[in-house]
Design a protein around this ligand. Structure first.
Ligand code: ATP
Length: 261
């Protein structure tokens, strides 16, 4: 297992975040810090609030109370495209997308553009927009290459396996040149060999300085990948620490594993 977070400064801070659905708190004052330049695992039993938290941090849901800070700035409630422009992106558990579009078109769709620029309106493009589009195409090809998606660039996303879709999700986030990526179950339902490949990609991205925070149920993967682990239960943070520290914790064993020593 990698060493612990070792006092790295926080890239992301979640403070006292509450989010209710029909009066019931899915998040109930949750707070924790994600160390910069590391891989953080966000774990907890079903219904703990992990997906809701990811939705709040990535701007899909507004919290009822509390604050989210990214690189020191208050980004609470900021829309996903603005967060992406600031360097914070996310993947989805089930890849979203447009069934008729190819892998290449998907990647291109998520490249950062200047305000007013639109894909597929070639006659209206300015020279600068065309140059930018060419840059984005080059970037999409490079990302597909590193994720071993090049042979699939022209394939419609519907033709991909679950694991390949997860790779496109990662590729999509990389188009925004992120400094931090939130990943919602990046290996769930993926065959073991592609899962190992995805794990290696995540480690390589992290080695390049991108902070990662992933929700994942597979404890072996959390142990293998994560420098730091945040355990949630019932909408709150139960404990944070290295994998070994959190699994030793009696409250975690009771809440997460359903047993006490
Ligand atoms: N859109 C919604 N409307 C109503 N309740 C919701 C909604 N989204 C989440 N909840 C509720 O909020 C609580 C937390 O759910 P959430 O999906 O965030 O947990 P989780 O930790 O991601 O669970 P899992 O590991 O099963 O995905 C659950 O009780 C869930 O039923």
């Amino acid at each position: 297992m990698p060493g612990n977070a070792g006092g790295a400064p926080a890239v992301l801070k979640v403070a006292a975040v509450t989010r209710r659905f029909f009066g019931v708190a899915a998040l109930d004052g949750v707070g924790f810090a994600v160390p910069a330049g590391r891989i953080t695992g966000l774990i907890g039993p079903n219904g703990a609030g992990k997906s809701t938290l990811l939705n709040v941090v990535s701007g899909l849901l507004r919290p009822d109370a509390g604050q989210v800070r990214f690189e020191g700035d208050d980004v609470t409630g900021m829309k996903p495209h603005r967060l992406a422009a600031r360097g914070l992106t996310r993947t989805f558990q089930i890849a979203r997308g447009f069934p008729k579009m190819s892998v290449f078109q998907h990647l291109m769709l998520y490249g950062p553009r200047q305000p007013g620029e639109r894909l597929l309106q070639a006659p209206m493009w300015s020279r600068a927009a065309r140059d930018r589009e060419a840059e984005l195409a080059e970037r999409a090809l490079a990302i597909a290459g590193r994720l071993r998606l090049s042979p699939l660039l022209d394939a419609p996303v519907t033709a991909l396996s679950g694991g390949q879709k997860k790779l496109v999700e990662i590729g999509r986030t990389l188009m925004a040149e992120p400094r931090m990526i939130l990943l919602d179950e990046p290996m769930a339902g993926v065959n073991p060999s592609l899962g190992a490949e995805i794990a290696a990609h995540l480690q390589a991205l992290n080695a390049e300085g991108i902070s990662l925070c992933l929700v994942e149920h597979d404890m072996a993967l959390i142990r293998q990948l994560c420098h730091h682990v945040v355990v949630m239960a019932e909408g709150r943070t139960l404990v944070t620490g290295s994998f070994d520290e959190v699994v030793e914790n009696a409250e975690v064993q009771e809440a997460y594993l359903g047993r006490r020593h």
